[in-house]
Design a protein around this ligand. Structure first.
Ligand code: CTP
Length: 220
């Protein structure tokens, strides 16, 4: 692995349009992903951020690519994945999208007939299938229940080294909240709880934790 760590971070929601003015999305604001990109750059990593529509200024010392849909995010990450040492997939990618995008505004009476859904590509899983063993793959798991069990399932299914599991759908953590509490799951170690803490602080702790994992990898 090169001595300068190259880190690729994804953040924010994606938008899946079904006509020029309406889309399917989720409440993610990008706060956690942006905090991770800032913390990665501050630690001296060469950082690239691919973000969906988010409400924050571009982090300093970071190359930023703005995308909207899952498809665009997939393409942007796919192009840069082989060059990175660490992928941190903090984006809340929409799981489904309209099968067709109408060229003009759909009238409200016609919506039920026109919005047929299909799954979006699972970006992390696809990248996991072409990963190198020397890369560190970090996924997130946004869960309302069974955090650890669901996080472990995603760890294996998406071929990640780390899953950061966090609770969504409750006030004070998850989408848009200023603070977060997470469980860090790895393939071999014991689960590690972090927070509740402000997302900036949590991001610094997470980057320090990933740094230790990379150092171990380099020694192996
Ligand atoms: N993810 C992805 N592409 C998708 C959906 C999710 O890359 N189409 C990534 C997320 O960025 C996150 C991880 O997969 O790092 C887990 O996302 P999550 O929404 O928790 O789970 P899903 O894979 O969508 O599974 P489920 O709906 O069963 O919870």
């Amino acid at each position: 692995m090169a001595s300068l760590i190259r880190c690729l971070v994804s953040a924010g929601p994606t938008r899946e349009y079904f006509d020029p003015v309406r889309f399917i999305s989720n409440p993610s604001t990008g706060r956690m992903g942006f905090a991770l990109a800032r913390a990665a750059a501050a630690t001296g990593w060469e950082t690239t951020l691919v973000t969906g529509p988010a409400g924050f200024d571009d982090p300093p010392e970071t190359q930023v690519f703005h995308v909207e849909s899952a498809e665009e995010m997939h393409r942007a990450l796919g192009l840069r994945f082989s060059e990175c040492d660490v992928l941190i997939m903090a984006a809340a990618v929409s799981d489904c999208r309209p099968r067709r995008r109408a060229p003009g505004k759909v009238k409200k009476g016609d919506m039920e007939m026109c919005v047929e859904l299909e799954p979006t590509p699972d970006i992390l899983k696809t990248l996991g299938e072409r990963r190198r063993p020397d890369q560190l793959l970090v996924g997130f798991a946004a869960e309302t229940d069974r955090l650890e069990a669901e996080g472990r399932r995603k760890l294996m299914e998406k071929r990640c080294d780390v899953i950061v599991a966090n609770r969504v759908g409750v006030p004070g953590s998850g989408f848009g909240a200023a603070d977060n509490a997470v469980i860090v799951l790895t393939r071999s170690g014991a689960p590690q709880r972090m927070g509740p803490a402000p997302k900036d602080e949590l991001a610094r702790q997470l980057i320090a934790c990933f740094s230790t994992m990379i150092s171990k990898e380099q020694r192996a």
